[in-house]
Design a protein around this ligand. Structure first.
Ligand SMILES: [Fe+2]
Ligand SMILES: [Fe+2]
Length: 191
């Protein structure tokens, strides 16, 4: 595995400035959450650093690499090509950045859709991506930030619910994994 600094340097050539700034915001948030929830801070920082490593690849490159690397993306992801960036990102982290740690890799893989019964590391990256300091203000941001440090499963339920509503309102493609994730986490919803 490359060091954090080596990864950071390598990553700069694959990300736009805006995405790089967002990424560093996620790193900062993930470290904070890792400390709060007793998760390995270095691993959380690495997962955060690489979570969007494939996001700025052009669409045809995403498609080609998904095929070449045998990434287990489905038809829905391929139709909404941006949805592949998380699954593909995990594979790029493994192949290009030498990450072997499955905890890091699965946190990258599920940072967009979520899934039922996630590990603490997966939840930390999912939530940090949503609440990092650079996010432009939106209605549910402050409440998400509060819940993130109060009750991580409530935060998952809240963010998944709002993400699903947001995607539906804009008539964008909702991935079934997000629905399954919400079905799982809604038991933690605030009364
Ligand atoms: Fe992402
Ligand atoms: Fe992101």
């Amino acid at each position: 595995m490359l060091s954090f600094t080596e990864c950071e340097r390598k990553l700069q050539s694959s990300l736009s400035i805006e995405r790089y700034i967002h990424t560093m915001g996620v790193v900062k948030e993930a470290k904070k959450m890792a400390l709060k929830y007793g998760v390995d801070e270095k691993k959380a920082a690495m997962a955060a650093l690489l979570h969007d490593c494939a996001k700025d690849y052009p669409a045809d490159m995403k498609r080609r690499f998904c095929k070449e690397f045998h990434v287990d993306v489905d038809e829905i992801m391929l139709e909404t090509i941006d949805l592949t960036h998380a699954f593909l990102g995990a594979e790029v982290a493994r192949r290009e950045y030498g990450v072997e740690d499955e905890e890091i890799l699965s946190a990258i893989k599920y940072h967009t859709t979520g899934k039922p019964d996630m590990t603490l590391m997966e939840k930390i990256i999912f939530i940090s991506d949503y609440i990092e300091e650079g996010r432009k203000k939106f209605d549910t941001l402050e409440e998400s930030r509060r819940l993130a440090y109060e009750d991580i499963d409530k935060a998952m339920a809240f963010i998944l619910k709002n993400t699903i509503e947001y995607v539906k309102e804009r008539k964008r493609t909702l991935h079934p994994l997000s629905v399954e994730a919400y079905e799982y986490y809604k038991k933690y919803e605030e009364e």
